[in-house]
Design a protein around this ligand. Structure first.
Ligand code: ADP
Ligand code: 5GP
Length: 199
């Protein structure tokens, strides 16, 4: 499950709400060359790597996708997604719109969700509330103009007005997606085999 949004749109808080709500979800930790913010933990929030280290991961084909966002490199290690899938859990990826596009191209079965605050005023308040400096808010709003343009490519849109509702809506999307027939053909097949054996 891929969550994208303009910066301040609520990816991080919706993700942590999802993980608390249902143990089936697990966060696929990504790597970045940006500096660690106070409170962030290496290996939990991100794998913090150098630009050289990032280049090496990229050349060695260890990244599922990568993008440059606000001047820093970000990428999803293949391993972080595969490990979650092997545990039978749902990987939650909070990545930018370019990354979301790459993932959807590689894995058409991925479910992409675009989060939007109810209005621009709320987005600005949330960015300020998070402690972003005015110049950072301006850069993020400028980037948001381009991000909004590709929102229609996403499978679902969730308005992040009241946080608990937004979390529930994303969880409901995941629940319904797991009910898609094409994701459950093994169960149909197993039942069919039991019928054949009985005959
Ligand atoms: P992103 O990860 O997309 O950049 P965050 O999850 O960091 O966005 O959210 C930006 C800020 O807005 C954070 O301070 C967060 O606590 C706050 N926030 C996000 N969603 C809501 C909401 N529905 N109601 C109130 N505050 C919110
Ligand atoms: P931040 O630095 O604020 O944590 O994240 C900046 C942007 O990079 C956010 O839109 C975030 O979702 C995105 N991002 C984080 N990890 C990845 C990643 O692995 N790949 C891509 N494409 N974007 C990412």
């Amino acid at each position: 499950m891929v969550l994208s949004a303009p910066s301040g749109g609520g990816k991080t808080v919706v993700r942590s709400g999802l993980l608390k709500l249902d143990k089936r979800f697990a966060f696929s930790v990504t790597c970045t060359t940006r500096a660690r913010r106070p409170g962030e933990v290496n290996g939990k929030d991100y794998f913090f790597v150098t630009v050289d280290g990032f280049g090496k991961l990229r050349r060695e084909g260890k990244l599922l996708e990568w993008a440059k966002v606000h001047g820093n490199y970000y990428g999803t290690p293949v391993k972080s997604v595969v490990d979650v899938l092997r545990m039978g859990r749902i990987p939650v990826m909070t990545i930018d719109v370019k990354g979301a596009r790459s993932v959807k191209r590689l894995f058409p079965e991925a479910v992409t969700v675009f989060l939007l605050p109810p209005d621009l005023k709320t987005l600005v308040q949330r960015l300020r509330g998070r402690g972003e400096a005015p110049e950072n808010v301006a850069v993020r709003l400028e980037t948001a103009r381009a991000e909004i343009k590709v929102a229609s490519r996403f499978d679902y849109l969730v308005i992040n007005d009241r946080l608990p509702e937004a979390i529930k809506e994303v969880a409901a999307i995941a629940e319904l997606e797991t009910r898609k027939t094409r994701r459950n053909l093994d169960k149909v097949r197993a039942f069919g085999e039991q019928l054949v054996k009985r005959a």
